[in-house]
Design a protein around this ligand. Sequence first.
Ligand code: NAD
Length: 506
Amino acid sequence: MLERLLYIDGAFVPAARGGTLDVQDPACEEVFARAAAATAADVDAAVAAARRAFDHGPWPRLRAAERAALLRQVAAALRAEQEQLARLEQRDNGKPLKEARGDVADAAFCFDYYADMAEQIEAEGEAAVDVGDARFDCRIRREPVGVVGAITPWNFPLLMAAWKVAPALAAGCCVVLKPSELCLLSCTELARYLHEAGLPAGAFNLVTGLGTEAGAPLAEHPGVDKLAFTGSLATGAKVMAAAARESRNVSLELGGKSPLIIFADSDLDKAVQWLQFGVFWNQGQVCSATSRVLVQRPLYAALLARLKAAAEAIRIGPGDAEGVQMGPLVSAAQHAKVLEAIVRARDGGARLVSGGGRPAGLERGHFLQPTVFADVPTDSLIWREEVFGPVVCVNPFDSEAEAIALANDSRYGLAGAVMSADAARCERVARALRAGVVWINCSQPTFTQLPWGGMKASGIGRELGRSGYEAFLELKQITRFDEREDWNWYPADTVPKAPATEPSTT
Ligand code: NAD
């Protein structure tokens, strides 16, 4: 049985109250690890350590090149241990091993990328601004935002942590990370890599624990300067409310119900390939999953037939088994939640084309068939709300204008995709979609160099790219007045002369 501790102030420690969390393998439902369960006292200690490290420690005061060197060591450690780390992530989360390997590689790239960015932005230096008055010398400095409370989900446990921890540390912030209680083992490994690379005590802290017991105290903690949250809309609202109390900086990466528009001139094979990847990858537990598919009517029946055959050919099983393309969902609760959404969709009039239940021969584990619904009422929950499982809704459309209107008729705006042989049409649709990420002739490819985040209820702010670094910076203006000049707001002859005073003898 693996045992994992909290990481606070440069040391691996048990939880103050001694509590632990069971870590389950979702493919066989066996508990194979135990991790310390932090409560408010541990969060207090972690924030205090991060506060000391930020206010008095070396980390924010190092040159960017020194911080970058440490982050590059972490990237190298991730690469050196890619296979065992991917296997750990796979067992914790259930995802296919191939995908876990990709996550580790992406996390390593993220650390290298933000190491480079720290150096680049420091080299840019302070920006001088001409305010049109020669008596003033004005500059803009960028400084780290301070202590960051990072709260992350279970669908890409290591990668979602890397998207916050790498830029925050690169920028000179000190971090308290609270990963999801459902998948946390790769984050405890990340703490070890940072420790072994020689990160100063307190610059990074890890509090594994329940959302209510560790997440909420972190979100509410007055010692945190910025909250960086990825998770559901409901929890995001709580985090934002907590941040509002002290008017603290907050960024939110939330859910979505992203559309994929397929025009009739699309290549059918490619359309089905991307459609499947867009919604069944990672068992559909992807914030940007294109789970609302709009197909132009001439292609509708053929696409549904091809999709049904393709979905039924997906190999389901434990993620570490050879050739498996879809693993189990993360937990019994998630499995039950997705099944409930499927039942509600059927009862609400959506036509079940494929899947909808447990795959034959997989009686244990949180396995679910890839599920396809067609002719879905557009006012139903399954059409409008995130399922976060391998469930796709497909509806027909006739005109480009209708497709855009249906796609944008959502409270979310994380992602969207369009497929057509007509490049000009793709461009028009891409511009018309109200979403932070738009794919043309594909769905899901994600690059560290590009901003990631949503419009509308899908969030506030952007991760990744330069914006993902700037999210951990404050701008400070420094305005210097030339002391040889007169300001003369209160002319000298109107100000009474100060009386001459004797030096005090007392
Ligand atoms: P969740 O909201 O249940 O949990 C997210 C994190 O918040 C976990 O660490 C959890 O312990 C913590 N938490 C729970 N209650 C809390 C509270 N009261 N205060 C503070 N923290 C609390 O989400 P989840 O089920 O882990 O993840 C799935 C969601 O994440 C989906 O909605 C998905 O779309 C979203 N997501 C978004 C992105 C993105 O980039 N936009 C990426 C991945 C996942």
